[in-house]
Design a protein. Structure first.
Lengths: 717, 520
């Protein structure tokens, strides 16, 4: 089950015509899909569109009522391949994933889908993970649209606009027989807003109807000679149809004055930031009313030549606001102006940075620079010639004070002991080449562990170590892959490849029972029951099935000593072929979410419950912090003692501790110090518990009194 | 467009028509920043505002720094164009859920003296980089406080985490209370409380935390009392602070009488040190401590502020109370310890506490706890030592709430009586004497250097490997003595080396600094 439940929000999907929807952008898109009569939806979770998948997973009832098929696809390639259902049948389908990483994975299916074309509307909703908060390489989805010639929508970031883009997208797809990508950026996905809902529509043809009346058309299959015809069809039929639709339906919008010597063209997603910059320059009001002519591209591919050229008419210069690089749009517009023999000056990346997110400041600087250079008369005096620069507060010193705070492992994370063990093994056997993968376990690259040299893609950790397989080497490579990546494609690309090529490295599969980094969605090896999915397929069985001979399963990662011993054995055994360790323990975030309410209820209900927590004897701790160099747990921190005899802060465990056991295990495995203790509180003890406790305490108190009566005791000692 | 909307007046200063209020929340992942943003949006909407909130969802942002952003404007029927992320110099209210996040907000330019109300919880959540230093790697809160005062229009800072915890709630509730109490938004207290109430979960605790923070921000609640540095001189000499049999109390009074005649500057530290060593061993050990300390005092004088004697009082006590198995066992079996654990864990009446201790003894600890002759005999025979180590060296989990576990530790703690005859004591005492003599030897030629040598004792800490590493750092720092002695800045160099040694685990910074010293 996903870490966030949308049971409450899902009810918003039932809103009918005229009712107001209030909520997150991603939920609005989901509602729009249902309003458009979508027949099936698939996708792969990942920020920023994880919630779309989670909402649909929680909305099975509503989907069932409408006859909509929903699938949590095995990968983005699977999700896109699923859109094949719209090739021959007039069924609307949607796939969603994180981009560009997901689009990379999907591109094989995407290219095939785009070649043959579609009959029913096929919409691919890509969550563009670019700029602040992004966790992936900084690239553009735009290139994928261009190479496969699928259309790309980039609506203004407000709920009514993105809902409309879903509707437009399906129509555009059907009219031009081309899949359409709808791009939404991180903050747009999580923007809270409103729109007026429409009734949900049952798909005119469901997947069940299609199954009962199968169709085929050889001309839509990607094989010669059809494939050659597809390419021609793309430019001769589908492209003009798309351009017509976009122009006729005014998908792109014009704002501001229709005359003026300068203008600004922008991707739809940039609209709000452009308006904010104009507001701050004194050129727009709160509602976006402005005299500066604006041309907003809600469809960024294909571009509409005549629409753009007419916008440029009478203008000396036009600024293109295009986030990311290469600047495809700017280049295309420049070519249009050149070919049309127009004198309008086109500027873009001269004033705005070539690379990086267009933040508020970047936009203000860029548009300000453009207007100062091209149309200074528009600007109010104080903007044209500002009196002062900067805010006068010197923050230079502060930069050296404020520590960085990158994301890391959660409190009680079961992956922490795996890397503590790895660090300890490296202290013993020396440094190794370590290949990392995508997932929470990638936090190993950060302090305090600092393990891992590369990350090459989801499920590709062991694959990325495959070159390091040499009979001359004295050390083996170690590679990590999570359970999410394992099922995504690691099983074949990494494990199968290692078996086939007789790779001698060590592979650690980090199994936390969920696709945890994306929000705790279930996967094949999840151990929880799931009403609509088949779970409980052990990773060990799959690995064995691939032909791995040396396989160890650790079913409690917190056993650092065992983890350490197993790793050591894997690195030193004479056995050939891949050495696979499956390290399993449930994601603590999900476990707490599941167990905490149950435990609280049990305690209230009078049941016997043992609750663990760790603590530190601060007079035994010497303040070296060796334990923290093997942990980094947020609940294990430093604390100053009220004692002038002690210089360094000691370790301290706060109330957020969940008693995972890592601290004690690490103290033992690394032979650190005896200051840790585990305190198990037995709530609602039974009669035997109480009897034993009374007996023990009687004897222990006796011993304590005996000793304390013969020594000095200081009040605060 | 509705008639109520003022006409667009370009170039007239767009901020005047219907002002957009911009509010950013900087938090650490897991602090509930999303809940806070939702509440604020709700409050705004309850007050006839249109509001928009955005975030980068917590999904991939475990425990890292995150930003939530809310914009709002009076609802005129027309939809404003809101930005999706905060801009430098364009934020009205900045809420930082932790002090360094306030610092980060200032660095990022989200706080400006003309307009930003900065509401920050003054508590600290140490970042990993601050925690992993062997010394004190924590960032300076004072610097952030000082800059925040200058950088903001108004700076409201107090420990909102504590207010939340005291009221059994989360910091999001006390942050909302501080926001409401600041009056930075034109909304009534009731509307905030309604928003909390609509959330439905933990409402009572949230409202309590909200209310307490509201009062603090308003200045209607008394600020938390500042903890005074407990001075134990004088007051602690009263018998009430020390309990025990009459004969020992008399011995104790004889020792404190010696402190009473010491120079005033030394007395506080000396008394603390004395308590520590007597608590560690016995009255006679306290006498040894004072005898040693007297040597430093004899060489010292008021013109130096007694720096040498204070350093000696502090580090002699730490050196004499080395961390051995006896001490650990003794501390873990005291009744005071039992009470402290119960308090920290929060054991309620009717519940039972079970305590597991983690020990991992090695041959070194074993030999250290043997009589000196026997211990050295084993240590000088590697094969025998290795044989024994194989039997001893593994982790042991001892339940100190069970009779057997407690008795085992109680027994080891009881070895205290024979401690002076054990190998570890001999090793530690020799080390101490060498170090102390070395330091005092420098007093006539370089007083400051002598003090710094004493201060190097800070480097020695930890158990097993950590202790070995610490010893090595201590030795490496003092190895520079030959290079720097005689220089006017010798003391400075030793101080710098010591600070470098506390920066990282292996002492890489120290080695770098030593190279610099070698090149002098």
């Amino acid at each position: 089950m996903a870490e966030r439940s949308f049971a409450k929000e899902v009810e918003k999907l039932r809103l009918g015509s005229g009712e107001e929807f209030a909520g997150e952008g991603i939920l609005a898109i989901t509602k729009a899909l249902l309003q458009c009569g979508v027949g099936y939806v698939g996708g792969y979770q990942g920020a920023p569109i994880s919630h779309l998948m989670d909402v649909l997973a929680d909305a099975q009832d509503i989907l069932g009522e409408l006859g909509v098929h929903f699938e949590a696809s095995a990968s983005e390639a699977t999700a896109t391949a699923m859109l094949a259902a719209s090739v021959h049948y007039p069924i609307r389908g949607a796939a969603t994933f994180k981009s560009t990483v997901g689009t990379n994975v999907a591109s094989d299916a995407l290219a095939n889908l785009a070649s043959g074309g579609v009959t029913g509307g096929a919409l691919i909703i890509v969550g563009e993970d670019y700029g602040e908060g992004s966790s992936i390489m900084q690239e553009r989805s735009h290139a994928f649209a261009m190479k496969s010639q699928v259309w790309l929508l980039d609506p203004r970031p407000n709920l009514p606009s993105i809902v409309k883009a879903v509707e437009d997208g399906f129509e555009l797809s059907e009219i031009s027989n081309t899949p359409v990508m709808l791009q939404v950026r991180i903050r747009c996905c999580h923007v809270h807003g409103h729109f007026i809902a429409k009734d949900n529509k049952r798909p005119p043809m469901t997947v069940a109807d299609a199954l009962d009346a199968p169709r085929r058309d050889t001309g839509r299959i990607v094989l010669p000679p059809a494939s050659f015809l597809h390419e021609k069809e793309k430019v001769q039929k589908r492209w003009p149809a798309a351009v017509d639709f976009i122009r006729k339906n005014k998908i792109n919008e014009m704002f501001g004055s229709d005359h003026g010597s300068v203008g600004i063209v922008m991707q739809g997603g940039m609209y709000n930031s452009v308006i904010r910059a104009l507001q701050r320059l004194g050129l727009a009001d709160t509602y976006g009313d402005t005299d500066v002519p604006l041309y907003v591209l809600n469809a960024v591919y294909p571009l509409i030549d005549d629409e753009f050229l007419s916008f440029c008419e009478g203008k000396q210069s036009v600024l293109v606001v295009e986030e990311g690089q290469p600047n495809y749009i700017e280049q295309a517009f420049a070519a249009m102006l050149h070919k049309a023999g127009r004198g309008t000056r086109l500027v873009g990346k001269e004033h705005l940075p070539m690379a990086g997110e267009y933040t508020g400041q970047v936009m203000l600087d860029g548009i300000g620079a453009f207007l100062r250079a091209e149309a200074p008369h528009l600007l109010p005096g104080e903007v044209r010639a500002p009196n002062k620069v900067g805010d006068g507060v010197d923050t230079a010193d502060l930069i050296n004070v404020v520590p960085g705070r990158p994301p890391g492992f959660c409190i009680g994370c079961p992956e922490r002991p795996i890397f503590a063990a790895t660090k300890l093994v490296e202290q013993e056997l020396g440094k190794h080449h370590i290949a990392s993968d995508i997932g929470c376990h990638l936090f190993s690259i950060m302090p305090p562990f600092e393990l891992g040299a590369t990350t090459m893609g989801y499920g590709l950790g062991p694959a990325s170590a495959s070159a390091f397989n040499s009979p001359d080497a004295k050390r083996r490579s170690i590679s990590f892959v999570g359970d999410g990546g394992f099922w995504h494609n690691g099983l074949t690309s990494s494990i199968g490849n290692a078996v086939f090529n007789k790779n001698d490295g060590v592979i650690v599969i980090v199994d936390n029972f969920y696709s945890a980094a994306t929000g705790g969605q279930d996967i094949l090896s999840s151990r929880a029951g799931n009403k609509t999915k088949s779970t409980k397929h052990p990773i060990t069985e799959a690995v064995k099935g691939m032909g791995v001979k040396w396989l160890r399963h650790i079913d409690r990662t917190y056993d650092v000593t065992k983890m350490q011993d197993t790793l050591r054995e894997a690195l030193t055994t004479d056995e050939k072929g891949p050495k696979v360790i499956v390290a399993s323990s449930e994601c603590m975030l999900n476990r707490q979410r599941r167990e905490k309410p149950l435990v609280d209820k049990a305690i209230k209900g009078g049941e016997r419950v043992v609750k663990p927590k760790f603590g530190i004897d601060e007079d035994i701790c010497t303040g070296d912090h060796a334990c923290m160099r093997l942990s980094g747990c947020p609940s294990l921190s430093v604390k100053s003692l009220d004692d002038p005899l002690r210089d360094d802060p000691v370790a301290h465990i706060d109330q957020s501790c969940v008693g995972c056991g890592n601290c004690g295990e690490v103290a033992d495995a690394a032979v650190l110090c005896p200051s840790f203790y585990r305190a198990d509180v037995v709530h609602n003890p039974g009669r035997w518990d109480r009897f034993l406790e009374a007996a023990r305490r009687a004897i222990i108190s006796l011993l304590q009194r005996r000793r304390e009566s013969r020594r000095l005791t200081f009040a605060d000692a | 467009m509705l008639d109520a909307v003022p006409p667009f007046r370009p170039r007239a200063g767009a901020h005047d028509d219907e002002r957009v209020i911009k509010l950013a929340v900087l938090a650490v992942g897991g602090q509930g920043g999303g809940v806070l943003a939702d509440w604020i949006t709700d409050v705004a909407e309850r007050n006839g505002y249109v509001a928009q909130s955005t975030s980068v969802a917590g999904v991939a942002q475990r425990t890292g720094a995150t930003i939530y952003y809310v914009e709002m404007a009076r609802d005129t029927g027309q939809l404003p164009v809101f930005a999706l992320s905060p801009s430098q110099g364009d934020v009205d209210i900045l809420i930082a859920a932790e002090l360094m996040e306030a610092g980060r907000a200032i660095i990022r330019g989200f706080v400006t003296p003309e307009r930003t109300t900065l509401i920050a919880s003054s508590h600290r959540i140490a970042a990993v980089s601050e925690k992993i230093e062997p010394g004190d790697g924590r960032a300076s809160s004072l610097k952030v406080h000082a800059t925040a005062e200058a950088a903001s229009k108004r700076f409201i800072a107090f420990d909102m985490e504590k207010i939340a915890a005291d009221n059994g709630s989360m910091i999001s509730a006390s942050l909302l209370g501080a926001l409401a109490g600041s009056d930075a938004l034109p909304f009534t207290r009731e509307s905030y409380e309604q928003a909390i109430g609509a959330g439905g979960r933990g409402v009572k605790a949230s409202l309590a935390a909200f209310g307490a923070a509201f009062d603090r921000a308003r200045g209607t609640a008394a600020p938390a009392p500042k903890k005074a540095e407990p001075a134990i001189v004088g007051s602690a000499l009263g018998a009430g602070h020390v309990i025990g049999p009459q004969s020992l109390l008399q011995g104790w009074q004889a020792l404190t009488a010696r402190i009473d005649v010491m120079p005033e500057a030394v007395r506080d530290m000396a008394l603390r040190g004395l308590r520590k060593v007597v608590d560690y061993q016995d009255i006679a050990y306290g006498r040894e401590y004072l005898d040693r300390l007297d040597k430093a005092i004899a060489l010292d004088g008021p013109d130096r502020g007694y720096d040498l004697s204070v350093a000696a009082a502090k580090h002699l006590a730490n050196a004499m109370c080395y961390d051995d198995m006896i001490r650990v066992a003794d501390l873990k079996t005291r009744s005071t310890r039992d009470r402290r654990v119960r308090r920290e864990v929060g054991v309620k009446d009717g519940s039972i506490l079970q305590v597991t201790e983690y020990f991992h003894p090695r041959i070194e600890e074993f030999c250290g706890t043997l009589p000196a002759n026997l211990g050295s005999y084993i240590e000088s025979r590697p094969k025998l030592a290795a044989f024994l180590d194989r039997r001893i060296n593994h982790g042991r989990r001892i339940r100190t709430d069970s009779f057997a576990g407690f008795a085992a530790l109680w027994f080891i703690g009881g070895l205290r009586r024979w401690r002076r005859r054990l190998l570890r004591h001999q090793v530690e005492t020799n080390h101490l004497e060498r170090w102390y003599a070395l330091a005092l030897g420098y007093v006539p030629v370089d007083y400051a250097l002598a003090v710094e040598i004493l201060n190097c004792r800070r480097l020695i800490k930890g158990y097993s490997d950590t202790h070995v590493r610490a010893q090595s750092k201590f030795d490496r720092v003092l190895s520079a003595l030959d290079l720097v002695k005689g220089r006017p800045d010798a003391a400075d160099w030793i101080r710098r080396l010591r600070e470098a040694a506390l920066k990282d685990e292996k002492g890489d910074m120290l080695d770098g600094a030593l190279k610099t010293v070698a090149s002098l």
